[in-house]
Design a protein around this ligand. Sequence first.
Ligand code: UDX
Ligand code: UDX
Length: 439
Amino acid sequence: MKQICVIGVGYVGLVTGTCFADLGNRVIALDVNEQRIENLKKGIMPIYEPGLEELVKRNMQAGRLSFTTSYKEALKGTEFAFIAVGTPSGVNGEADLQYVAAAARSVAEAMEAPLIIINKSTVPVGTGDWVADIVKKSQSKPIPFSVVSCPEFLREGSAISDFMNPHRTVLGSLDREAAEKVAQLHLPLRAPIMITDLRTAEMIKYASNAFLATKISFINEIAAICEALGADVKEVATGMGLDKRIGPMFLDAGLGWGGSCFPKDVLALAYMADEKGVEPHILNAVSKVNYNQRHLVRKNLDEMLGTVKGKTIGLLGLAFKPNTDDMRDAPSIDIAQELTAAGASVRGYDPVAMEVARTILPAVEMFDDPYTLAKGCDALVIVTEWNEFKQLDLERIKGLLKSPVVYDGRNIYDPAIMRSMGFNYRGVGRGYDVNGNQH
Ligand code: UDX
Ligand code: UDX
């Protein structure tokens, strides 16, 4: 049992701290947002993540997890301090490290004993050295410390399972002994642990995220070609994925990626390359393809309806992916804004992200369920593939719509079935149906 402090109780920090507590460690989670900490003390979660509330409450009751805004309190008797504060994109796409710097300074000022400082947040290559400099300069007296990079590979919506069943743990440090100690914390997860240097560990995180984003933009480009040539990209992806060198995951064509990671990490990596005079040809193309996907909705609806001007369009799903309330860089935002700008009235429904969406999409009329939303709509768009949309009563939906037009931005429906039900249906890259009809 070790004593661990986690700084930043966001999507990554809260899951990381709670899971380490669940492994039997004593965890103190810190955040500068007092309201967030007060709520957590009352068992109120700052984010939606399946299974998190129960895990937090159970570990609080067991005395393994507590919350504070005081660095002094958080670091007392602590051996490990994880920095998991936000690293949003700056104006040119570079990672904004002001919060990491603030956390490093606060740790340096509050620490009274040797400490291992672990960068959990996604930080640009070379940040580990930079954090060490900040800590050294901010200490009132020299106290030994080491910096270890331990990038996170958590997907929102499955973050707890991803933490407990990692494909691998990557650790980077100039101090091998410190890295070994952090490796010990991860032994119960029984996954390969790789120890390398700081910069390599930081690069593994960026390269991994950028590759996953590339896979998605690749299949989205193939979808566009399938649409033009009459092939079905879902079948193509299945055929590709059977090749073990390719694998079936992250080959779902659709409206592309959003969230707080792929967008900022692809941009940040391209920025780092550019800064060093290395042209990021592929990374730039990956972003370009991705953001073009969001225009497919207006483009297809203009073709399916004649025009979106004066029409009422219903968006099903607003969060950037299912099983989260996270709206950061969600495709729904650009899609709603483009449709509104084109003169359409836009409606929205999401099983979980409604409260967050209301503040971000004031022009979108929100509804509490898909059927009420559908009544009187000229078209329905699947933006996020929540499971509940896969089992919708489509006959009922068809009766509620002014015109039976469905644009399936996540290919959750079968084109042949939709057409046989009388829908004017399109997916993304679905080519021809079994009767040879163009989608
Ligand atoms: C994190 C990492 O920042 C990001 O690099 C990684 O790719 C994804 O996980 P996330 O957990 O989503 O991002 O951040 P966010 O949900 O914004 O939470 C950050 C938390 O840090 C917030 O609760 C914020 O209040 C807190 N914070 C911010 C601090 O405690 N101290 C600060 O100085 C700044
Ligand atoms: C991602 C990485 O998967 C994770 O390892 C890293 O730590 C953080 O960033 P996350 O962004 O939470 O996780 O979700 P993920 O499931 O990867 O989806 C990212 C985006 O890609 C979502 O917008 C999703 O809709 C989209 N996506 C995913 C596709 O469009 N097609 C796919 O096949 C898979």
